[in-house]
Design a protein around this ligand. Structure first.
Ligand SMILES: [Zn+2]
Length: 281
């Protein structure tokens, strides 16, 4: 079992047990566990920006950034907003509003600025899982525990919020589209890169009424600037300047636009370095 599969399975059972014993298990804790669980994954590094006790994602809309290098010269940046499914089978505060702007717009704005792919990272335990509706992994063997952690495109969440009459904000609504994938699909499945590329695009026939505002180039080329210095760091603490440097290495942000306000950056960063030259060329 891969680290991504292990995390999804454990999240499924943890949320199930938390429900059984009426224990509150927050998204912040689950996201910290995710970073820890992913650490043995090849050449992976996890970083925290200062303390995670105070949620700093109120502003930028992302809880976690994943830098995923999938080829020697290519990488994706995933900007992830974490939400958990409550025992009543609802995602609450799917678009929490602060400073008059919703989390979804903040997430998409952040992703656009730094050429990242905005996704919702959903933590689930549900009795409503139906294989034919919700299983979109390219690995055919159905394993509901792998739905303990899923990636859902931001455009689909936007659609759930805007659609009239509004669909229930439940597991079924969030996972009906084929671009809603188990967490492992981004790392372990054979066509992981293509799965991620597909997540950026709404299915036209289902979304003709929704502007595909979340589409831009999010796959970046690594010049000679792939930050080896990160892998040499001996601590798991990253400064905001470090993260900004990382995000702008692809040349998408001018250096003088760095702002030190901590609320503008996600609290956690995962660097996953696993070129798979044999998979696609
Ligand atoms: Zn898959």
């Amino acid at each position: 079992m891969t680290p991504a599969e292990h995390f999804a399975q454990r999240t499924w059972s943890t949320l199930g047990r938390a429900e059984q014993f009426k224990v509150r298990f927050g998204e912040e804790t689950l996201t910290d566990l995710l970073v820890l669980d992913m650490l043995p994954h090849g050449r992976t590094r996890g970083f925290w920006l200062g303390s995670t006790t105070k949620p700093a994602e109120g502003q930028c809309g992302a809880d976690l950034l994943v830098f995923l290098r999938h080829r020697t010269d290519r990488f994706f940046v995933l900007a992830l907003q974490a939400k958990k499914l409550y025992p009543d089978d609802r995602y609450r505060m799917l678009n929490r509003v602060s400073d008059s702007e919703g989390q979804l717009d903040k997430l998409v704005g952040f992703a656009r600025q730094f050429h990242a792919l905005p996704l919702y990272l959903l933590y689930n335990h549900s009795n409503m899982v139906v294989r034919s509706d919700h299983w979109h992994c390219c690995q055919k063997r159905f394993d509901k525990h792998q739905l303990g952690c899923t990636l859902v495109p931001s455009w689909h969440i936007r659609r759930m919020l805007l659609c009239r009459p509004p669909p229930p904000r439940d597991f079924d609504s969030a996972h009906k589209v084929k671009q809603a994938k188990p967490w492992r699909c981004a790392f372990d499945c054979q066509s992981a890169e293509n799965e991620l590329r597909r997540m950026a695009f709404p299915t036209p026939q289902h979304y003709s009424d929704t502007p595909s505002a979340d589409n831009w180039i999010f796959e970046r080329r690594v010049a000679d600037a792939w930050p080896e210095w990160l892998f040499d760091k001996s601590t798991s603490q990253l400064t905001r300047e470090d993260l900004y440097r990382l995000l702008s290495d692809a040349g998408t942000a001018p250096e003088d636009s760095f702002e030190s306000d901590e609320s503008l950056y996600p609290a956690r960063v995962l660097m996953i370095d696993r070129p798979r030259e044999s998979a696609v060329s």
